[in-house]
Design a binder for this molecule. Structure first.
Ligand code: AMP
Ligand code: ZN
Ligand code: FE
Ligand code: FE
Length: 280
């Protein structure tokens, strides 16, 4: 009985549709999944429906980009009210920023002598929340790079010539937004962002959990973060961060979060919902 709580679809930079994602979840034998597309909750309804048909538990979520002391960190929101007006109006702004950033990235590439067209990236992305992976795929599709790795290494990684910083709300604002939309806020893949210093500070601001298990966490990193989660009384979560096929196989289900952790998340969600319920 396992869960995978970090997944993307083609509503952001994943390649699976919600239905394809759920079919893979079913084949992997998962009991519960969460959808955490970047800056959108558009895929949640369809994923929930597909999960319902397969008897798989579903948690609606998103992955927001925040800033802590000049570093980019990612915050996962779980159990979100996907109709929450405040959440929807904020993520609409993040999506506009992403769309403008694509235009900026392409014009940088053009100045470098790469005649990539913006329309090609938008057509390929075909979503409200485009990102660097779409630019990378377009560079490969148009023959300007031979692989996604090459596209990131030459152009798109931080401080490479095609890189454009993304406007970020503060990590505190991101935690607050997730809470206002009824969700639990979890710091994503802390091992990737070297964000240990942020953990106690964000806990003080209401952070609920830590993504201890992640594809790019070594066993010792996972153990380290599970230790910090216990130290700071944070929920332990985990997920594969599947964006589609990876080396010929779907990544979904390769990080297996034991269901006891999902039950603890459910418990926390139920108690905070009740204690923060304000009839006014
Ligand atoms: P963005 O939100 O537009 O900055 O893009 C971030 C996304 O790009 C991440 O969620 C990853 O899916 C992907 N990504 C970041 N760095 C790399 C890399 N070096 N190689 C491949 N994909 C990457
Ligand atoms: Zn992504
Ligand atoms: Fe992330
Ligand atoms: Fe992710």
């Amino acid at each position: 009985m396992f869960a995978d709580l970090h997944l993307h679809t083609h509503f952001s930079d994943g390649t699976f549709s919600p239905e394809e994602l759920v079919n893979h979840a079913s084949r992997a034998g998962l009991s519960t999944i969460a959808l955490t597309d970047h800056d959108t909750v558009e895929g949640c309804d369809r994923t929930a429906r597909a999960c319902g048909e397969k008897g798989i538990g579903f948690i609606p979520g998103t992955e927001l980009t925040g800033e802590f002391e000049n570093h980019e960190i990612h915050l996962l929101g779980y159990y979100l009210d996907t109709t929450h007006v405040g959440l929807l109006s904020e993520i609409l702004k993040f999506q506009k920023v992403r769309q403008t950033r694509i235009v900026e990235m392409v014009s940088r590439l053009n100045r470098l002598g790469i005649p990539l067209q913006t329309e090609v990236v938008f057509k390929l992305a075909n979503c409200q929340s485009p990102g660097r992976p779409h630019v990378a795929r377009a560079l490969v599709q148009e023959g300007f790079c031979s692989s996604l790795d090459e596209a990131f290494d030459r152009f798109l990684k931080q401080s490479r010539p095609g890189w454009v910083p993304k406007f970020r709300i503060s990590a505190f604002e991101a935690v607050d937004l997730i809470h206002r939309a009824g969700g639990l806020a979890v710091l994503a893949h802390p091992g990737l962002n070297r964000s240990d210093d942020a953990i106690p500070v964000l806990k003080g601001a209401g952070l609920d959990g830590l993504e201890c298990f992640h594809t790019k966490h070594s066993p010792s990193a996972s153990e380290h973060y599970a230790g910090l989660a216990r130290k700071y009384d944070l929920l332990i979560t985990g997920g594969s961060d599947c964006h589609g096929m990876s080396k010929g196989k779907p990544l979904i289900g390769t990080v297996k979060l034991p269901m006891e952790y999902v039950r603890l998340m459910n418990d926390r969600q139920n108690t905070t919902r009740i204690s923060s319920f304000n009839p006014g």
